[in-house]
Design a binder for this molecule. Structure first.
Ligand code: G6P
Length: 473
C-alpha cells in the first residue's frame, strides 16, 4: 500500500541517492541538494510524501521511509533513462531553456517517452494524494504532470515550479511540442518561475500559442479556471550553511585546503555541475590570461575548480569535459611551476561540509554561467562568509544577480570584462569587500529557502482557495 497524504511533492529525483552500506547491502543517503532542505520542514509538518526517480534502472521499488520522510520511487527502464531523461529532458529542453548554448536535438521517440514517464509520475501522485490534497510538481522533466493530474483528479490543488529559466518565446517556439507543454503547465493553479521575465514569457506564449485570455500574471481558461504565473526566486538554507561554516571541523578543513594548495595570498574558487551553461571555460581562460599578462603570479594566487560529474552519457557533456580538461592541462603545462599549478581541477562531488570548507577557504568565488535559473552556489558562498569578507564575481545571466547586486557583476561572454572583474576583486580593499558582502548577506538571510516555500504555498492557496481542505501548514 503506498502512503497517502495531504501534501505530495513530485520531482524527477528523490531526495536520496542509492549507496552501498558497510555490510554491502543497498541503502539510501540524503542527497546534498537544496530542494530537500527547503521542503523538509513542510514535509514533516504535513506528513508529506515525495514521489521521484531514485536514479538507475532498478524496477518495482516499494515506497519506503528515510529519516522520517515518506518516499515513493518511480522506476525508469534503461530506454526511458536514455529517451526521457538524457534525451528529451537534457538534450532537448535543457538547451532550449538555456538560451540554446548547446544545439537542442529533436527526436519523436524521445517525446513519446517523455509523455509515458510524465504519465507514470502523475498516476503515482493520484494514488497517493488524499481528497483535496496539494500536489507540488517540480521542474522541466515533468511539465505534463499538472494537466494529467487535473484531468484525473479535479479535486487537487496543483502547483508547478520551474527551477530553470523559462525561455523567450522565439526560442520556445522551436519546440515541436510547444503547445502540449504549455497545456501541460496550465493544469496547475499556480506556475512558479525563478524570475519575473520567465513568468512573462510564459503568459505571452499562452496568449499567442494557445489563445487564452490573459491579464498581467493571470490566464483565464474557457472552463472558468484561473492560472497564475509568477516569480518565486529560490534560495538556500542560509542559517544551516552559516552554522556549518562556523563548525570547528569545517574551519580546520578550510585551513588544510589553503595549505594544501600552497598557502597562496588569494584562492579563487569555482564550484559547478560540469555543465556547458556554467561558463567554466570562460572563467578559467580569463584567469589564465591574467597570469600570462603578468597581472597575477602563480606564487600569489591559485584557482580551485570543482566540477561535479553530471549527465555523463549525454554527448554535449562529454565534449565539454574534454574541452575543460584540455584547457586545464594547457594552462598548467604552460603557466604552472613545480608544486604550483595555476588551476587545481577536481572532477568530483563533495558533501556539504567539504563545500562549506571550500567556501571558507576561498577569497574570490567565481560564478560565471552563460544562463542559470538562480545559482545557489553564489548564495551558499555568501552565507558562509560570516565575517563579511571574501568577494563574489557573478554573471549577470544568473538569476542570483537580480538579488546579489553588490557582487562584481560580469558578462561571461566578455572575456576582457571577466578579467577586469577578477582583477578588481583580487585587489579590492577590505572595506569595499566588506560593504558588498554585508549587503549580500542581508539579502540571503532575509530570503532563505523556507521563506521561498512558504511564499509559493501561500500563493497556491490564494489562487486555489478550496473550502474543504486547508493549505498545508
Ligand atoms: C538542475 C535541475 C534539477 C536537477 C539538477 C541536477 O538543478 O533544475 O532538476 O535535478 O540540475 O541534474 P540531474 O540531471 O542530475 O538531476
Amino acid at each position: 500500500m503506498p502512503p497517502s497524504s495531504q501534501l505530495v511533492i513530485v520531482a524527477n529525483r528523490l531526495p536520496v541517492d542509492r549507496v552501498e552500506l558497510p555490510d554491502g547491502s543497498p541503502g539510501w543517503r540524503r542527497s546534498p541538494g537544496g530542494l530537500v532542505s527547503a521542503l523538509d520542514p513542510v514535509m514533516r509538518r504535513n506528513d508529506g510524501v515525495w514521489i521521484g526517480w531514485p536514479g538507475g534502472t532498478e524496477q518495482d521499488l516499494e515506497p519506503f521511509e528515510d529519516d522520517g520522510l515518506k518516499l515513493v520511487p518511480v522506476s525508469l527502464s534503461a530506454d526511458e533513462v536514455e529517451e526521457f531523461y538524457e534525451g528529451l529532458s537534457n538534450a532537448t529542453l535543457w538547451p532550449i531553456y538555456h538560451d540554446v548554448i548547446a544545439k537542442p536535438e529533436f527526436h519523436r521517440e524521445w517525446w513519446d517517452s517523455y509523455v509515458t514517464v510524465n504519465r507514470r509520475f502523475a498516476e503515482k501522485a493520484v494514488q497517493v494524494a488524499e481528497e483535496g490534497a496539494t500536489v507540488w510538481v517540480h521542474d522541466y522533466q515533468l511539465q505534463l504532470v499538472p494537466a494529467m493530474l487535473r484531468e484525473m483528479r479535479p479535486d487537487l490543488r496543483i502547483g508547478f515550479y520551474l527551477h530553470i529559466p523559462f525561455p523567450p518565446a522565439e526560442l520556445f517556439a522551436q519546440l515541436p511540442w510547444r503547445r502540449q507543454i504549455l497545456e501541460g503547465l496550465l493544469g496547475a493553479d499556480l506556475v512558479g518561475f525563478q524570475m519575473a521575465g520567465g513568468a512573462q514569457n510564459f503568459v505571452r506564449l499562452v496568449r499567442q500559442r494557445v489563445g487564452h485570455k490573459t491579464h498581467r500574471d493571470l490566464v483565464y481558461l474557457p472552463d472558468g479556471r484561473t492560472v497564475r504565473a509568477a516569480a518565486f526566486p529560490i534560495s538556500i538554507d542560509t542559517e544551516g550553511y552559516e552554522a556549518l561554516a562556523r563548525e570547528e571541523s569545517v574551519l580546520d578543513r578550510a585551513e588544510e585546503i589553503r595549505s594544501a594548495v600552497g598557502s597562496p595570498r588569494k584562492v579563487f574558487l569555482g564550484v559547478d555541475r560540469l555543465d556547458y551553461t556554467k561558463g567554466i571555460h570562460a572563467r578559467l581562460r580569463a584567469f589564465a590570461e591574467l597570469i600570462q599578462d603578468g597581472e597575477i603570479d602563480v606564487d600569489d594566487a591559485v584557482f580551485v575548480q570543482v566540477a561535479t560529474p553530471s549527465r555523463e552519457r549525454v554527448e554535449q557533456y562529454r565534449i565539454l569535459r574534454e574541452e575543460i580538461e584540455r584547457l586545464v592541462g594547457h594552462v598548467n603545462g604552460d603557466l604552472g611551476r613545480i608544486g604550483r599549478p595555476a588551476i587545481h581541477y577536481l572532477h568530483s562531488s563533495y558533501p556539504r561540509e567539504e563545500m562549506a570548507a571550500l567556501y571558507r577557504a576561498a577569497d574570490i568565488m567565481v560564478v560565471t554561467p552563460y544562463r542559470d535559473g538562480m545559482n545557489l552556489v553564489a548564495k551558499e558562498y555568501v552565507a558562509c562568509r560570516y565575517d563579511d569578507d571574501g568577494a563574489l564575481v557573478l554573471s549577470e545571466f544568473a538569476g542570483a544577480a537580480d538579488e546579489l547586486r553588490q557582487a562584481w557583476l560580469v558578462n561571461p561572454y566578455d572575456i576582457n570584462g571577466v578579467k577586469a572583474a577578477l582583477l578588481d576583486a583580487y585587489h579590492a580593499s577590505e572595506k569595499d569587500a566588506a560593504r558588498r558582502m554585508k549587503a549580500m548577506r542581508k539579502t540571503v538571510r532575509k530570503h532563505d529557502v523556507s521563506a521561498w516555500a512558504t511564499r509559493f504555498l501561500d500563493g497556491l492557496s490564494d489562487v486555489s482557495p478550496h473550502e474543504k481542505s486547508p493549505r498545508p501548514a
